[in-house]
Design a binder for this molecule. Structure first.
Ligand SMILES: Nc1nc2c(c(=O)[nH]1)N[C@H]1C(S)=C(S)[C@@H](COP(=O)(O)OP(=O)(O)OC[C@H]3O[C@@H](n4cnc5c(=O)[nH]c(N)nc54)[C@H](O)[C@@H]3O)O[C@H]1N2
Ligand SMILES: Nc1nc2c(c(=O)[nH]1)N[C@H]1C(S)=C(S)[C@@H](COP(=O)(O)OP(=O)(O)OC[C@H]3O[C@@H](n4cnc5c(=O)[nH]c(N)nc54)[C@H](O)[C@@H]3O)O[C@H]1N2
Ligand SMILES: [Mo]
Length: 703
């Protein structure tokens, strides 16, 4: 930093920054950053705003919060937040506490990333299966990247490097993905293209081969699992008369029978083997079945709780490792942080299996929010929402069926957004609070499944009049008359967090060094204590075992949530009559250029990786489409325009529109931004999975 300006950004030598991290200086100083409070002057969505003072911004928002609360009740205030800031102090929990202090609010539950994986982990292990440390991949002899592209989708550092090290030590790497990804190209020995949404069928056929050949780990199954018999009956066709044979799976998945058989035998015999069940496969209809099936295969091959294996579930993104001791967030240590609207409500069905948000029936799935805004109590929702508070989230852009979300946002009485850019959601706001980036305030974070704590030091003063989330909430609290919201300064809170953490207390260097590594001695192995020979610990399930069969699900009695993992055909599958109109399957990958919608407008990154529709040459030829043409991708929910990239790295029949590009509809409703969420369906799978990779579409050239 020179004269208060960040001049250069370097990365740690071990936990190396990705390209987006390295480009962050450009984000910090972007000319389109929002650094003053803004008030909308045009129509919702028009993007017309004028600069106002903080006094006016705070007074307006405080007055609207009170008005809506008094006129309609606190449940008419809704809050939606997501992944913009995953830190300890400056998180959306600050707003939750503040809204709780003025009577409460309607919150949401569920996460886009991995609700299917979370559900599967909770059902099968009674725990969030956060995975082994990444460096433990080096101990694997066989790594199956099942819809996982870690060279691009960075979630905690250096994963691709650890896979590379495993390969150097002799491991085989296999990639199962409708796209020939960068990870496949650089690290895989074999690519197995598969039709989206059919993976569970392939897993069932693998189980069939492993059972038939009698090469499963019988001892592990007996000691540590329950319900294998019921699963076996289903796989062998005793339960439903349909044996899940290789031929059966080939017809569904498009993967040749021999390919499936070879993989099944290798996976059962090569020890240890890590089946890395990617979250994108869980982001399909019935995606939770995929992760449950993966966990079952891991147990059948004795790859749970061992070094070089993988329990399956949440591991490809890695939850917060159980080795951290950071304690509750400051926001939940504040006075009366409990939401009164939820105190009165009962529990939601299946709430115990769900992720973020708690099991209260006053909560909405975030994927139903637009429908809830439009239909309210009349539509069976717990509240009539009139005001939306948005934070660290580009809700409109990142949830499904954008055109309907836009309609919902238009119908609201008031919207306030904490933002750094005028995103597609912020365009609908009445007031935008300019939020400081992580470089403009202090906080503490953890490395997820990588064992380090981070002190995020403030690098420069907040630009313009931007403020940290904490300062925004404190300012708003004052206008709302909540004078005792939080007496501590930022520094006092962070001291309390650090001193209350046994790993950090007394480490004078922590703030200065920025990164404090935990010495675990050897790579962390999840569930090691649960499968050790001598007196293993019980799993967190009611039976204390790995539940291949879940009595809790059996009791619910929903055929779409069977007690054992099953292949259930998705909606909009290739058997749907809809394929006559919309014959192509859509996937929506995450790209190098952005983290979702964040970084969209940075020149370096846009140049690196322009937004395209990716399709195979067979599909392109059949439609008279040439490389670089502008095409229209559409279905009954919406349409987008984008240049096409023709590549044999896409499997025929599947198109990829990378998620996160900014929604920019023209006058006719054609999204010129190329955002795939105009095409995705706004619904959740029975176990909560967000099915953003299940949709049928058609592509045509725009003349
Ligand atoms: N079709 C399709 N849709 C998807 C997905 C998909 O695969 N396909 N993936 C889904 C997944 S996995 C996820 S996690 C969601 C993500 O959904 P979101 O979390 O809503 O997406 P982001 O674009 O990350 O939005 C974060 C917002 O926070 C702001 N922000 C960024 N950094 C900071 C910061 O330091 N401080 C503050 N205050 N704000 C900041 C950014 O400007 C951005 O507008 O999208 C989901 N949507
Ligand atoms: N660069 C970058 N890194 C990121 C993010 C980002 O936006 N950009 N987002 C972060 C977040 S919040 C998350 S949740 C993770 C997401 O990480 P992932 O969910 O793993 O990422 P995706 O790119 O959606 O999907 C990975 C692969 O799955 C494939 N796939 C899609 N559908 C299917 C299917 O039905 N079957 C099979 N076998 N494969 C399928 C896709 O073609 C893709 O190559 O990444 C994190 N890291
Ligand atoms: Mo995510």
């Amino acid at each position: 930093v020179e004269n208060g300006v960040a001049r250069r950004l370097e990365t740690d030598s071990q936990y190396r920054a990705c390209v987006r991290g390295r480009a962050y200086r450009q984000r910090l100083y972007a000319t389109d950053r929002v650094i003053y409070p803004l008030k909308r002057t045009g129509e919702r969505g028009s993007g017309q705003f004028e600069r106002i003072t903080w006094d006016e911004a705070f007074d307006t928002v405080a007055a609207q919060l009170k008005r809506v609360r008094d006129q309609y009740g606190p449940e008419s205030l809704a809050l939606i937040s997501s992944g913009g800031d995953i830190v300890h102090l400056h998180s959306a929990a600050l707003v939750e506490t503040l809204l709780s202090r003025i009577g409460g609010f309607t919150g949401t539950w569920g996460m886009h990333s991995a609700e299917g994986a979370w559900f599967a982990s909770m059902v099968t292990y009674g725990d969030l299966a956060s995975g082994n440390s990444r460096e433990d991949l080096m101990n694997s002899a066989l790594i199956i990247l099942w819809g996982w592209n870690p060279a691009v989708t960075i979630a905690y550092a250096n994963t691709a490097w650890h896979i590379k090290r495993a390969k150097e030590a002799g491991a085989r790497v296999i990639s199962i993905d409708p796209r020939h990804t960068s990870t496949t190209a650089t690290l895989a020995d074999q690519w197995i293209p598969i039709r989206p949404g059919t993976d569970t069928a392939m897993m069932m056929a693998m189980a069939y081969v492993i059972i038939k050949d009698d090469i499963y780990d019988r001892e592990f199954i007996t000691r540590h699992t329950i319900g294998f018999k019921q699963f076996e009956d289903y796989v062998m066709g005793i339960e439903d008369g349909v044996p899940k044979t290789l031929a059966w799976a080939e017809a569904i998945t498009g993967v040749p029978a021999e390919t499936i058989a070879t993989l099944a035998r290798d996976y059962a015999r090569v020890k240890p083997a890590a089946l890395m069940d990617g979250l994108a496969v869980g982001r399909t209809a019935y995606g939770e079945q995929f992760h449950r099936a993966a966990a079952t295969l891991s147990a059948m091959t004795g790859n749970v709780g061992n070094s070089g294996g993988n329990a399956a579930g949440y591991s490809t993104i890695g939850g917060r490792g159980p080795f951290f001791n950071l304690g509750p967030r400051p926001a939940s240590r504040m006075k009366n942080s409990v939401n009164p609207v939820e105190v009165k409500a009962g529990r939601r069905p299946l709430g115990e299996f769900a992720s973020l948000g708690g099991p209260s029936s006053a909560r909405l799935s975030r994927f139903h929010l637009a429908d809830a805004i439009l239909n309210g109590k009349r539509g069976g929702y717990p509240s009539d929402i009139k005001l939306l508070y948005v934070m660290t989230c580009n809700y409109l852009n990142q949830c499904s069926d954008i055109n309907r979300i836009a309609q919902a946002l238009e119908s609201l009485e008031f919207i306030v957004v904490h933002e750094q850019f005028i995103t597609s959601t912020a365009r609908y706001a009445d007031i935008i609070f300019p939020a400081a980036t992580y470089m403009e305030r202090n906080d503490v974070c953890t490395g997820g499944i990588a064992p380090f704590y981070g002190f995020q030091n403030k690098v420069v003063e907040p630009l313009g009049e931007s403020k940290s989330h904490y300062d925004i909430c404190r300012g708003l609290a004052e206008r709302l008359g909540v004078s005792d919201y939080s007496p501590n300064s930022e520094a006092e809170w962070l001291n309390e967090v650090v001193n209350g953490c046994p790993d950090l207390a007394g480490k004078v260097d922590f703030k200065k060094e920025g990164i404090h590594r935990l010495d675990l001695g050897r790579p962390f192995v999840l569930f090691k204590n649960n499968v050790e020979r001598q007196s293993p610990e019980k799993f967190g399930t009611p039976s204390g075992k790995i539940e291949i069969y879940s009595q809790r699900l059996a009791d619910i009695g929903n055929p779409e949530l069977p007690p054992i993992p099953k292949y259930i055909e998705t909606w909009e599958s290739l058997n749907d009559p809809l394929i006559r109109k919309y014959p192509l399957q859509l996937v929506t990958s995450h790209t190098t250029r952005r983290s979702h919608s964040t970084f969209e407008t940075l020149p370096w990154l846009s140049e690196l990786y322009p937004q395209n529709v990716f399709m195979n040459e067979v599909d392109a030829k059949a439609r008279g489409i040439r490389n670089g043409d502008l095409v229209r991708v559409y279905n009954d929910r919406g349409e987008l325009a984008s240049p096409v990239c023709i590549t044999n790295r896409m499997m025929p029949g599947v198109v990829d529109v990378p998620e996160g590009s900014w929604y920019k509809p023209d006058r006719n409703g054609l999204d010129r931004g190329g955002n795939p969420n105009v095409l995705s369906k706004a619904c959740i799978s029975p176990g909560g999975a967000f099915p953003s990779n299940t949709a049928l579409v058609q592509v045509e050239k725009i003349e």
